[in-house]
Ligand binder design. Structure first.
Ligand SMILES: Nc1ncnc2c1ncn2[C@@H]1O[C@H](COP(=O)(O)OP(=O)(O)O)[C@@H](O)[C@H]1O
Ligand SMILES: [Mg+2]
Length: 217
């Protein structure tokens, strides 16, 4: 069992206290939903749990060890997608596998592209795979960001409002893919204010004004 924890985390950005004494825990093989109104601090909590920013006080730990930068083995879906504009959809989505291949040289190139094409098809992106992100709708870009985060079967998945641009059918496709990571024992954290998304997760953390407002099983 693996556990990603935030303990009494306070974050100050631009002189503003954005998170205040927040506790959160996410376990392998399970999904944690982070919810709350706009401005509550969801994105900031995801960024601090992913190791993108350091808390002013408190600790973020993976299996007891304090994070020293971005979490290794993280598949991240940014709220703003973060696709490389000069790369096609297929190049964007295959990037994590191609980087890993260049470092570890274990996954054959043909398998990298086969896995990429499989996930593109699963999210209905096969017909736009050779287009650039700027040629896609917001929903297509969001699905590409989800595909890129999941293609390498990461041990930690953090997704920030991953269905905000999606209609009901595509929301279901994207959430099925994200939650399927629990089957390979990933830690899954999803920020959303969509009740339908929140209800599919195993546990819930509600933020309001930078603090935990209430937790439910
Ligand atoms: N770099 C920053 N400097 C100052 N305030 C920030 C910064 N980033 C976020 N905030 C503020 O922190 C609060 C929480 O933001 P955010 O984590 O994006 O919330 P959410 O994702 O729940 O909408 C907001 O009031 C936002 O304006
Ligand atoms: Mg946000």
């Amino acid at each position: 069992m693996s556990e990603l924890r935030a303990d009494r985390v306070t974050v100050i950005l631009g002189g503003v206290r954005v998170l205040w004494g927040v506790d959160a825990a996410a376990r392998s093989g399970a999904s944690l939903a982070v919810t709350g109104p706009a401005g509550a601090g969801k994105t900031t909590l995801l960024h601090v749990m992913g190791g993108f920013i350091r808390p002013r006080s408190g600790r973020v730990t993976l299996d007891g060890a304090e994070l020293a930068g971005r979490l290794p083995g993280l598949g991240f879906v940014p709220q703003t997608f973060g696709l490389a504009e000069a790369l096609t959809v297929r190049e964007n989505v295959s990037l994590p596998l191609r980087i890993r291949q260049s470092v570890e040289n274990v996954t054959p190139a043909a398998e990298v592209m086969a896995r990429t094409d499989e996930i593109l098809e699963r999210l209905g992106l096969d017909t736009v795979s050779s287009q650039l992100p700027s040629e896609l709708s917001g929903g297509q870009q969001q699905r590409a960001a989800v595909a890129r985060a999941l293609v390498g079967r990461p041990r930690i998945v953090i997704a920030d409002e991953p269905t905000a641009e999606l209609d009901a059918d595509n929301r279901d496709l994207a959430m099925e893919l994200i939650l399927s990571a629990c089957a390979w024992e990933a830690i899954v954290v999803v920020a959303s204010h969509d009740d339908e998304v929140v209800s599919r997760c195993d546990s819930l953390l509600r933020l309001a004004d930078g603090s935990v407002a209430g937790e439910a099983p």
